[in-house]
Write a protein that binds this ligand. Structure first.
Ligand code: SME
Length: 152
């Protein structure tokens, strides 16, 4: 088993141990931040009243606690319902800076029965940190969360 597969197993086990979505998101944020060296900021945004609200996260505090749909990388993923990989944030016009050290970012939506519920957002201080492997890994986590929300 590679590192990503082991982390998926750990998250699946946790999702069976709790019925509190906040505890699950806190656990995932801490786990990913601590176990993957280039995941420098790990957090969740949740859709409420048509805006994205910052949920559990691990990393430096951000001023972007509420984001409009369509604004920034996070808001664009919420609008398009698609994952977004940004290899260098310097090249992005529609970008909200959380920390001056951030160089790359990945956002993966969490869809419940095709409807946007929230998203996982990861920032890295390394340029071009994320690959298709990260996208697949985070999509698997997104599916675990969707299943959890359907059953709890
Ligand atoms: N960079 C994001 C904002 C969220 S922070 O990365 C925590 C964006 O452009 O939407």
């Amino acid at each position: 088993m590679d590192n990503f597969e082991m982390l998926i197993k750990t998250i699946e086990n946790k999702s069976l141990e709790t019925n509190d979505i906040n505890i699950l998101m806190e656990f995932i944020s801490r786990l990913l931040h601590d176990k993957i060296p280039y995941y420098d900021w790990v957090g969740f945004y949740i859709l409420k009243d048509n805006k994205l609200h910052l949920g559990p996260f691990v990393g430096k505090p951000t001023v972007h606690t509420v984001i409009d749909v369509g604004v920034g990388i996070c808001g664009t993923s919420a609008k398009t319902l698609k994952p977004i990989l940004v290899s260098n944030v310097i090249n992005e016009d529609n970008y909200l800076a959380c920390s001056p050290e951030t160089r790359s970012e990945i956002v993966v939506p969490i869809l419940i029965n095709g409807k946007f519920w929230g998203e996982i957002d990861i920032d890295s201080d390394t340029t071009d940190a994320f690959s298709e492997k990260d996208r697949q890994f985070l999509e698997n986590i997104s599916k675990i969360i969707a299943k959890f929300l359907n059953h709890n």
